[in-house]
Design a protein around this ligand. Structure first.
Ligand SMILES: NC(=O)c1ccc[n+]([C@@H]2O[C@H](COP(=O)([O-])OP(=O)(O)OC[C@H]3O[C@@H](n4cnc5c(N)ncnc54)[C@H](OP(=O)(O)O)[C@@H]3O)[C@@H](O)[C@H]2O)c1
Length: 384
């Protein structure tokens, strides 16, 4: 049995991870963790009977303990709880499916115990890529990507990493592909949450609409595959059938295709280095018809350019990009700022930041906290 802990089990990736585990009876769920969705967590715990359940939010954790007092499940809370279940000796794979930089600490805890990480939480590598990858090497912890693009690249690179020339990261273009800046000004959260091809959590849906998601993925790819930013090309591919591709030194391109369903890369992250029978009807290329490609619009969607800039500057700058974006996305979802303000806020935060080129983890946490505070003030002042 493969023993797993799922951090973020109530979210889009978390629920799909449990669906994969349900299909493949060779997976045992040891621990589940959420922020505060205790209704769903209770249903999951009653069905799966994990040894541990974590509720990050203190009030929700108190309520949850009462609700499941008839069960043997150990209920933990807060960051200590997340770190504890990520480090359990009996856990083989930690699925990091929480949203945001909150995923960094538990991922580091899991790495220090030599766990295999099924990494959905891209913000971990964006904020502290260098530190996390070095720790993974020191503790011989494998990091297997869950993000569909990175899973695609990872699969294309099996056995051939040395001859890699370029990574081609595909992007759907989001719900506003082709829109003018004028039209983008009035975009509402409801419109932005409707992704044409994927059904995802709220934060990543907004990131996909601004193209920040692709920017975060560029930084994630840089660290996961040890490639320079000049060797990462973003190509808009509205059908999302090619999940990404790699170009080799001889000019050959290998691409990964599949239906747009996260259960496929989630399953691969759990089955690697093997392949298990899939849950879905395979892709029928004749039904797909046409595949198209175009360049991204960096003027209408400047976040992608900002992410390349932050990545190239390195040090603490990507942590600033990420923290500013998390706060700006929250503010946009609460109608406190407009759609185009997200990029403007991130750009302003980056301009104000004095880069530390060689940060340790504490520096990263400090920069993350400082950026959140200053961006919140910036947004408050704007609203006045
Ligand atoms: N969804 C996708 O298709 C997709 C694809 C590729 C990569 N990813 C990446 O996967 C991650 C998760 O995305 P998602 O779409 O699944 O997000 P989501 O649907 O918003 O779910 C987020 C999950 O994280 C939990 N969470 C948030 N803060 C937490 C905390 N402090 N402690 C414990 N749990 C916490 C949430 O719990 P509550 O429900 O209690 O708030 C929820 O279970 C993100 O980094 C995203 O970029 C997602």
């Amino acid at each position: 049995m493969l023993k797993i802990a799922v951090l973020g089990s109530s979210g889009s990736i978390g629920r799909q991870t449990l669906a994969v585990a349900d299909k493949h009876k060779k997976i045992e769920i040891v621990a589940l963790a959420v922020n505060r969705n205790i209704q769903l967590l209770e249903r999951q715990v009653r069905q799966l009977r994990p040894a541990y359940a974590v509720v990050y939010d203190h009030g929700a954790a108190v309520e949850f303990k009462k609700r499941v007092s008839d069960l043997k499940t150990n209920v933990l809370e807060g960051m200590n709880g997340l770190e504890e279940v990520a480090s359990l000796p009996e856990v083989d794979v930690v699925v990091t499916a929480v949203s945001g930089a909150i995923g960094l600490k538990p991922t580091v805890a899991a790495i220090k115990m030599g766990k295999t990480i099924a990494l959905a939480n891209k913000e971990t590598l964006v904020t502290a890529g260098s530190i996390v990858m070095n720790l993974a090497q020191d503790y011989q912890a494998k990091i297997i990507p869950v993000d569909s693009e990175h899973s695609a690249i990872f699969q294309c690179l099996q056995g051939e990493k040395q001859a890699l020339d370029k990574i081609i990261l595909t992007a759907s273009g989001g719900p506003f592909r082709g829109w003018t800046k004028e039209r983008l000004k009035g975009v509402s959260p409801t419109q932005a949450l409707k992704h044409p091809n994927w059904n995802m959590g709220r934060k990543i849906s907004i990131d996909s609409a601004t193209l920040m998601n692709k920017g975060l993925e560029v930084i994630e790819a840089h660290w996961l595959f040890n490639v320079s930013y000049d060797s990462i090309q973003v190509v808009v591919h509205p059908q999302s059938i090619i999940h990404s591709a790699v170009s080799f030194v001889d000019g050959s391109i290998l691409a990964h295709m599949g239906v747009t369903d996260m259960r496929i890369p989630i399953q691969y992250a759990l089955s690697y280095p093997h392949r298990w029978v899939g849950l879905l009807k395979p892709l029928d290329l004749a039904e797909v018809g046409e595949l198209t490609f175009e360049k991204p619009d960096l003027e209408g969607f400047p976040t992608l350019k900002l992410a390349f800039t932050a990545g190239r500057i390195g040090g603490t700058m990507p942590a600033v990009l990420n923290a500013a974006n998390e706060v700006a996305v929250e503010a946009f979802l609460k109608n406190e700022i407009g759609f185009l303000d997200i990029a403007a806020v991130v750009e302003r935060a980056m301009e104000k930041h004095q880069v530390n080129n060689n940060p340790n983890l504490d520096d990263i946490f400090q920069v993350d906290a400082d950026t959140r505070e200053s961006v919140s003030h910036m947004i408050e002042a704007k609203g006045r």
